[in-house]
Design a protein around this ligand. Structure first.
Ligand SMILES: Nc1ncnc2c1ncn2[C@@H]1O[C@H](COP(=O)(O)OP(=O)(O)OP(=O)(O)O)[C@@H](O)[C@H]1O
Ligand SMILES: [Mg+2]
Length: 228
């Protein structure tokens, strides 16, 4: 197998059969040693966080596959911290799709003149460009089309999928007494038909979950979600 990309929290390998393998590392995003799912730099290393993120990712992707939602997920090997997936072509150099239920984080920073902290957002979806240099700017469907990143039809499918998947994750958390504030997804085009599918991961590193007024850290989230 061949290393094709070294990411901040995962490495990507191409397997002999053409599928990809994602290796989950113990690095998490944040700033000055403080974990922040919205950050664009590796903030700290936490032993075991890679496997923990993979366990939760496996849980959610297997659920989504069973529900017939298109994803890249094939299998996971927890011991090796790896996940085998279908190769996707990302939109441009990659986009992020954020589904928001409560106003916190960058939404609040951007719209602070109007937004109240934790105000209800009903699964509002935002798309940003993966562009660390420019701090992942927010982008509209029109700009995405003008810049040849995706068509408006693709945008609609992507937003619908994000809403649907967000609801599924939210209701799984709710079953465990947790509240989902926001979650970040990645999508890509898969297969000969270039159908839009969920890629990357779903773990504590991509969402903000709360128990009452307490933010639940990724490790704790995995424990709560995966213990019966
Ligand atoms: N099925 C897939 N096909 C192709 N690329 C994928 C697939 N699943 C995930 N990826 C990509 O693999 C990479 C995983 O790396 P990682 O999560 O560490 O990166 P990141 O933290 O998003 O930041 P960056 O990509 O900017 O380094 C991401 O770029 C993601 O878009
Ligand atoms: Mg990532």
């Amino acid at each position: 197998m061949e290393l094709i990309y070294r990411g901040k929290t995962k490495d990507v390998y191409e397997l002999k059969d053409g599928n990809y393998m994602l290796k989950f590392k113990d690095d998490v995003t944040g700033e000055n040693g403080v974990f922040d799912p919205g950050a664009n730099t590796v903030g700290l290393t936490i032993e075991g966080i890679g496997k923990s993120g993979l366990r939760l990712t496996k849980f959610f992707f297997e659920k989504l596959n069973l529900l017939g939602i298109p994803t890249h997920y094939l299998s996971a090997d927890i011991e090796k911290s790896t996940m085998t997936v279908l190769p996707a072509k990302v939109f441009g150099k990659g986009v992020e799709v954020i589904c928001r239920y409560k106003a916190v984080g960058s939404f609040l920073r951007r719209y602070g003149l109007y937004a109240k902290e934790r105000q209800e957002l009903n699964g509002y979806v935002e798309v940003t460009l993966k562009d660390d240099l420019r701090n992942d700017p927010l982008i509209t469907d029109e700009a995405l089309e003008i810049l040849n990143i995706m068509t408006k039809e693709e945008y609609k499918i992507l937003v619908d999928l994000a809403r649907k998947i967000g609801e599924i994750v939210k209701s799984e958390l709710f079953k465990k007494g947790l509240e989902l504030y926001d979650i970040k997804f990645e999508f890509g085009r898969i297969g000969k038909d270039n159908h839009i599918a969920l890629i990357d991961e779903i773990s504590g590193g991509n969402m903000r979950a709360y128990q009452g007024d307490t933010y639940i850290e990724p490790f704790e989230l995995e424990k709560i979600m995966l213990t019966k």
